[in-house]
Design a protein around this ligand. Structure first.
Ligand SMILES: Nc1ncnc2c1ncn2[C@@H]1O[C@H](COP(=O)(O)OP(=O)(O)O)[C@@H](O)[C@H]1O
Ligand SMILES: [Mg+2]
Length: 390
């Protein structure tokens, strides 16, 4: 077992494209770190450099005490699980799992012991003599895991290992992989573009965009304190609403103008963003999560006199336990440069509120949507960085 250190790691492909730019990551011994970001942001490139499948252009890779830049992949004590499991179709499950060991001339008896042990962990014992073609998708995924486990590596690398499974199985395998990782205690770097996967599996999540690391932290830290608008939008589903706003500092309060809507900042928000008053008369980016909004009919506003939007309701999606209200806002939506974002934002760039399922708001009506202004996320308009201290 080992810690993994990436120090200013960069990758420039032979065609000149820079896929990873000065990546710094410290992964603790036994930690489950998930590298997440939109497709093309450099996740697989980073992972492949750690595995030794791509040369490191610049920077230093240290695992445990060893610098690995110039060490052959097979000598790195790393096992990788790929998206397409690349199982040998003509070999039994047993032989697939044990293959890397027989290549290394591990004695037959020990191979059997290690394969049986891995099969037990992965609940594959009953199917050890089958061929991959006779297995379910989930079982094939587990065989791929088994091949990594029997090698007893100091580090696991996994590149979107669940993307070939259907949605239900993915959820189930998510929990299983996390459980197995914890019981084996092997340092793991797991790549996915799926922020839900990242949030549910990781000890810590590292968010990348355009080859750059954006933020590393626990799922809660990323969710509660995104360092910039991109992370704010990327983590959480439906996405954080992001609109341009203007700050107005009045004698006794600070007000945000979002189009024609005025929101008075709560004391709490002013404490989180002590420098907000330096933005007087300036444009900022205002973020608010769907779950921090509510149909005003279900909020005791007398007790908690905060802000609200009065808007045209564009769409009400009833999901049973809750309803997603898409409503129009006459403020400018903010683009955070997420190439995958089209799938995530509300209809026509409208704002989205996750409200009580008893709501009577429907498309075509006018509605009053409460907003908890203690939960606002404020970003600088030019850098899109969270306004903290400047
Ligand atoms: N061999 C290569 N030569 C040039 N560019 C590449 C090569 N492999 C990947 N890229 C580019 O590098 C970027 C990052 O790719 P990748 O690491 O696979 O992203 P991700 O895994 O995050 O989707 C992409 O724009 C991709 O097109
Ligand atoms: Mg990839």
């Amino acid at each position: 077992m080992a810690s993994v250190h990436l120090r200013e790691i960069s990758k420039q492909y032979p065609n000149g494209y820079r896929a990873v730019k000065g990546l710094n990551l410290e992964i603790e011994d036994g930690e489950f770190l998930v590298l997440v970001g939109p497709s093309g942001c450099g996740k697989s490139t980073a992972l492949r450099m750690i595995a030794g499948l791509e040369d490191i252009t610049d920077g230093k890779l240290v695992i445990g005490e060893r610098t690995l830049n110039d060490i052959e992949p097979k000598d790195r004590d790393i096992a990788m699980v790929f998206q397409n499991y690349a199982l040998y179709p003509h070999m039994s499950v047993k032989d697939n799992i044990g293959f890397a060991l027989s290549l290394r001339k591990v004695p037959k008896k020990e191979i059997t012991t290690r394969v049986n042990h891995a099969a037990e962990i992965l609940e594959l014992s009953p199917v050890l003599n089958r061929k991959p073609g006779q297995l379910s998708g989930g079982q094939r995924q587990r065989v791929a895991m088994g091949r990594a486990i029997v090698r007893e590596p100091s580090v696991f690398l996994m590149d979107e290992p669940l993307s070939n499974l259907d949605a239900k199985l993915r959820v189930q395998m998510r929990a299983e992989i996390a459980k197995i990782q914890k019981s084996l205690g092997i340092t793991t770097i797991y790549v996915t573009h799926d922020q839900v996967e990242a949030m549910t599996m990781a000890d810590r999540v590292a968010v990348m965009k355009g080859g750059h690391l954006q933020q590393v932290g626990s799922p809660k830290e990323l969710y509660n304190s995104p360092t910039n608008a991109f992370v704010g939008a990327f983590i959480g589903s439906p996405s954080m609403n992001l609109f341009e706003g203007t700050v107005e500092v009045k004698t006794h309060e600070t007000v945000l103008h979002l189009g024609t809507t005025e929101l008075t900042l709560s004391e709490q928000t002013r404490q989180i963003y002590p420098n907000i008053n330096t933005y007087h008369n300036s444009k900022i980016v205002v973020g608010f999560r769907p779950e921090d909004l509510e149909d005003a009919a279900f909020v005791d506003t007398s007790e908690n006199a905060q802000g609200y939007f009065e808007s045209d309701i564009l769409l009400a999606e009833e999901l049973g336990a809750e309803t997603m209200i898409h409503f129009s806002l006459d403020a400018t939506p903010v683009d955070v440069g997420d190439p995958d974002a089209v799938e995530k934002v509300g209809a026509n760039g409208a704002a989205v509120a996750r409200v009580d399922s008893r709501t009577t708001l429907t498309a075509g009506t006018r509605g009053k949507i409460f907003i908890n202004t203690s939960r606002l996320h404020l970003f600088d308009a030019s850098t899109q960085q969270a306004i903290k201290s400047r």
